[in-house]
Design a protein around this ligand. Structure first.
Ligand SMILES: Cc1cc2nc3c(=O)[nH]c(=O)nc-3n(C[C@H](O)[C@H](O)[C@H](O)COP(=O)(O)OP(=O)(O)OC[C@H]3O[C@@H](n4cnc5c(N)ncnc54)[C@H](O)[C@@H]3O)c2cc1C
Length: 522
């Protein structure tokens, strides 16, 4: 093989690894270069206190594409599930908690009207989410592209919507661009139920329940369940890092080389096309194709450099909205926390603190104006209940997404981190009295910390907001939505591309297809 045949992938996030595995199976020479000392990017398991390990960013697996899992034989490469189908428990400070599962109420009290509406809402949204899910494994059509394949791709999207049937199609078109708050208000009465459902729409986004596009983000989240491995919310055995380890094993088994501890300083060019990369160590590696798993801004503005790109394109990349709003909390606990009025076996489910949509909206208001929410909304898991490898005997780890903390590197000081931690612990204590005394170690990652540790510009869950102007043929920007960038030989394969973030793998596989010239990467 000559260097020209070599494909370099910058970054071993799960999408980079999926891309590597498919290209290696197609007998391409693939070298993956990862800056950090482990594979996985935002899907890793790491020790944050002696003996306590946690999924350091992504902590619940619900989007991993079933086809990818099957084709890459992730089970044979070591991926196991610690729990395949978590319930969602909407925690209440008074009265019954609500236990929700697959659009049904399993425990707690709801008026008959809400109970019936819940099943209908879930089935309706799942149907709409499947329309999005069908697009995940397709290359978005080019805007204005007149070729046969472009027209077919555009027609298929239209057809998927049309196939919903007349009334559901009208409903889909009505709600797709509006906000989840209004949709929940027209459907339900119970604030606690509405809060839990609204949280699904805003987790990881820069949106409040009253923001437009929040129905779209809810459907994106649900689309993963429609197309994912388990059809539910699952915890991989060994944490999310186990997904990435299995993907790395699949890539290596196909013949790819994965090098960690190899930060890429720049993507090098010869004339108008890529010629390889230069590492921070000064080492130069030649390649005919470079695929970046890093986010769009990092790839194009830092690694390639704006001076090599057309001004209008640089402007569009600079305007790609990617300011994160989700913080991550990890607690090492000396025992199992006792949530008031919650049976011990339910503590291992997905617990949410989102008492009503107005509460979430107020939490967003603070963040909108640059402050961490004094009363944030939380998604909590205690994975050590199902997976004893994560904590010493008798002890536990708690992992929580804390929504909202605005991305602001200058304001992300130790004092700010300590204050937000204090507030979040105070909030948890209201639901689990005595929890504070059980904490033996803690870690709170603000979006600026996530940017630094995981090399994600803005620390954003999806590498960039999911919204009507940043999805499908507009993701990351018009003119660069088909994985190939406007530099010959350069591709993107991460969450900043269609179909966005979450531990799904579709962007990685689609990018491999694009590199292979549209042929199916078997
Ligand atoms: C706080 C938080 C919580 C989340 N929770 C969930 C969840 O519960 N469930 C879920 O499904 N999703 C969740 N997500 C989203 C999910 O983690 C990401 O969307 C997904 O992991 C992105 O994968 P990726 O492979 O596209 O990119 P990344 O995981 O960001 O990988 C990119 C890789 O490129 C590497 N890299 C960057 N620059 C360079 C360079 N110059 N040289 C070499 N390597 C480089 C990085 O180190 C990294 O390994 C969460 C995200 C966040 C931030």
């Amino acid at each position: 093989m000559t260097d020209r045949n070599r494909i370099i992938i910058v970054g071993a996030g799960h999408n980079g690894l999926v891309c590597a595995a498919y290209l290696a199976r197609a007998r391409r020479e693939v070298l993956v270069l990862e800056a950090s000392d482990r594979v996985g990017g935002a899907a890793i398991t790491r020790e944050f206190a002696p003996g306590f390990r946690v999924s350091a960013c992504a902590h619940i697996c619900y989007q991993l594409d079933a086809g990818i899992s099957r084709e890459l034989k992730l089970g044979a490469h070591g991926l196991k599930t610690a729990h395949a189908n978590l319930r969602t428990v909407a925690l209440a400070t008074e009265g019954d908690h609500l236990v929700l599962h697959g659009g049904r109420l399993e425990a707690g009290l709801l008026p008959d009207k809400d109970r019936a509406a819940l099943a209908d809402y879930h089935d309706r949204m799942l149907r709409f989410a499947r329309v999005l899910g069908k697009q995940h494994n397709r290359r978005p059509p080019r805007i204005g592209g007149g070729g046969r394949s472009e027209l077919i791709a555009a027609a298929m999207l239209g057809l998927d919507i049309r196939r919903l049937g007349r009334d559901p199609m009208r409903e889909f078109m009505r709600i797709a661009g509006i906000n989840i708050f209004d949709v929940l208000e027209e459907t339900f009465e119970t604030p606690l139920l509405k809060g839990a459902l609204a949280l699904d729409a805003v987790l990881g986004t820069n949106l409040g329940p009253r923001s437009n596009n929040s129905v779209l983000t809810m459907l994106h989240r649900l689309s993963g369940q429609a197309t994912g491995v388990t059809g539910g919310l699952s915890l991989p055995a060994g944490g999310m890092g186990a997904v990435s380890e299995a993907l790395a094993a699949a890539a290596r088994a196909g013949g790819a080389t994965v090098r960690t501890g190899s930060p890429v300083a720049s993507i090098t060019l010869e004339g108008d096309r890529v010629s390889g990369v230069e590492l921070e160590s000064g080492e130069k590696l030649a390649a005919g194709t470079v695929i970046s798993n890093a986010d769009p801004a990092r790839t194009l503005l830092q690694l390639v450099g704006a001076r090599h790109l057309e001004t209008g394109f640089v402007h569009r990349i600079r305007n790609f909205r990617s300011k994160g709003m989700a913080a991550k909390l990890h607690l090492a606990l000396d025992g199992l926390p006792g949530f008031a009025r919650l049976a011990a076996q339910r503590a291992g489910d997905r617990l949410v603190i989102a008492p009503d949509p107005v509460y979430i909206d107020r939490a967003f208001d603070h963040a909108k104006y640059g402050q961490c929410s004094p009363d944030p909304a939380l998604e909590i898991t205690i994975p050590s209940i199902h997976d004893r490898t994560l904590a010493p005997a008798g002890r536990h780890v708690l992992s929580a997404i804390v929504q909202y903390a605005p991305f602001d590197p200058r304001a992300s000081t130790d004092a700010a981190r300590a204050e937000f931690l204090e507030r979040t612990l105070g909030l948890l204590e209201r639901y689990a009295p005595g929890l504070r005394r059980q904490v033996v170690a803690s870690e709170l990652l603000l979006p600026a910390d996530i940017e630094r540790e995981f090399r994600i510009t803005g620390g954003h869950w999806h590498h960039g907001e999911l919204a009507l102007d940043q999805i499908l043929m507009l993701r990351p920007v018009p003119g660069a939505a088909q994985y190939a960038m406007p530099v010959d030989g350069l591709y993107l394969c991460g969450a900043g591309c269609h179909p966005g973030g979450g531990v799904m793998g579709a962007a990685g596989r689609n990018a491999a297809h694009a590199v292979l010239g549209g042929e199916r990467a078997a």
